[in-house]
Design a binder for this molecule. Sequence first.
Ligand code: 13P
Length: 339
Amino acid sequence: MAHELHDTARAIVADHRGILAADESTGTIKKRFDAIGLESTEEKRRQYRQLLFTAPEMEDSIGGVIMYDETIRQAADDGTPFADVLASKNVIPGIKVDAGAQDQAGFPGEKVTEGLDGLRGRLEEYRELGARFAKWRAVITIGEAIPSVGCIRANAHALARYAALCQEAGIVPIVEPEVLMDADNTIERCFDVTSRTLKWTFHELLVQRVDLRGALLKPNMVISGKGCPEQAPASRIAELTVECFLTHVPAAIPGIVFLSGGQSEVEATENLNAISKVGGPWPLTFSYGRALQASALATWNGEAANVESAQAVFAHRARMNALAAAGDWSAELEEQVAV
Ligand code: 13P
């Protein structure tokens, strides 16, 4: 079992491939559809996910796809379940299993992620449906006098208990402690908060006997808050991100897969490229949601006639990020591609 987990974790990030996070909950995908004036029906959501999963050549850049509960139960037009569509392309199917971040009792302005109750049974079912890895997202908010150690530790503990249950079920856990980039903090503050978050996360993972070689870490980059007047350049993001991770992330982790967290598509690619150029002992790649999908979704616009061009836009974004994971991306490559 341990070997299977190690192999799966390594396979997801092999050859500089990354992860497509297509696990938006029904509420979140509705927000994305609203933004382009599209009604969010179950059938439209299925069509959209089908567009992404069947995009030609996406498998050259994408090693795993995270789905939502509704999506893993859906199938392509020809009746093939989405998990099988992905597996047939050598893309490993994954599933979001947390139940969302809720206000943490006693900690105003802070959140703790729920979903441990009944998780053992749900994991068993998801494995039968084809999932070989899972995701749980904790949210750490930067503000005046927060995050508290009480919030960081509660989230780290839940992440560790989730990860242990995943491994028991033969599923690779993606451990996602996301320090949000929505505030007006400096990059140095992000460095400090990310450091504390990672320190407690790995402490709890080890206490709960999680096998680090069979897990992946999905963190934020160390980056300036969106509202900070001084935005650190990619070179500084890369320097501080790698310094933070070298201090707090054991080399046993088979991959670090960054979230995009609200960065624009090209920013997320440029920053990943800079981080990969500095490098560390772990494969570094992407697990992007918005930064892989924004242009593709806008191009599709809910119309069958646009499927092919939207697939080309998505495959291009995925390829740019796989190049960035290798440190081989440059802005000129963006311009060479006509879509
Ligand atoms: P973003 O890349 O849009 O932040 O989404 C990734 C993700 O899965 C967050 O949980």
